[in-house]
Design a protein around this ligand. Structure first.
Ligand SMILES: [Zn+2]
Ligand SMILES: [Zn+2]
Length: 177
């Protein structure tokens, strides 16, 4: 049951990591899993970089086994190594301003005020990424148990943010550590 890299033969597959379509001809990573509904196995497709962030162990395993060239192999491996170093980092699903004050932070359990920055979380269970709440941006270090820079990781899954918000997020992350 080996994972695969291949060029998408159509534009119909969707990336499990970012929910965007994978363009025809684009390189995609296929995580092979046992099929829970039938005999055999199934393939979950990802943009390789999305897999490096959200399925780092599977991608690292694939990079070891895959003998053929993979574009940006070293960069992918670096991202996957950082993401797999702390077990909660693959839960990152982007950053956003809280649209209400209803959600509580999974780390400190205080409400996240309307307009405050929060990190979206997803938990991976049985092949599916389930939305699993939020943490304050300021709670990221104790929650993820790392002081590493997670800006690239946050921005990668925050395609809805405009340039101004991206700049502000960057400024906030640089300011308080
Ligand atoms: Zn993707
Ligand atoms: Zn918090």
């Amino acid at each position: 049951m080996a994972h695969v890299f291949e060029h998408a033969s159509s534009g119909r597959s969707k990336c499990r990591g970012c929910s965007q379509a994978i363009a025809k001809g684009e390189l995609r990573f296929g995580e092979r899993l046992p099929n829970p509904f039938a005999e055999g196995e199934m393939t979950h497709w990802f943009h390789p970089l999305c897999a490096a962030f959200k399925r780092p162990e599977a991608l690292l395993q694939a990079l070891v086994e895959w003998q053929e060239p993979v574009p940006d192999r070293e960069a992918l491996e670096g991202v996957a190594r950082r993401a797999s170093a702390q077990k909660r980092l693959p839960r990152i699903d982007g950053a956003e301003r809280s649209p209400s004050s209803q959600a509580r932070c999974r780390h400190c359990h205080e409400p996240i005020e309307k307009g405050a920055w929060r990190v979206r979380l997803v938990f991976y269970e049985e092949g599916t990424f389930n939305p699993s709440g939020f943490i304050h941006l300021a709670c990221r270090e104790p929650y993820f148990e790392t002081a590493d820079d997670i800006l690239d990781h946050l921005l990668h899954f925050s395609r809805a943010l405009g340039a101004e918000d991206r700049n502000e997020l960057q400024r906030l992350l640089r300011e308080n550590g």
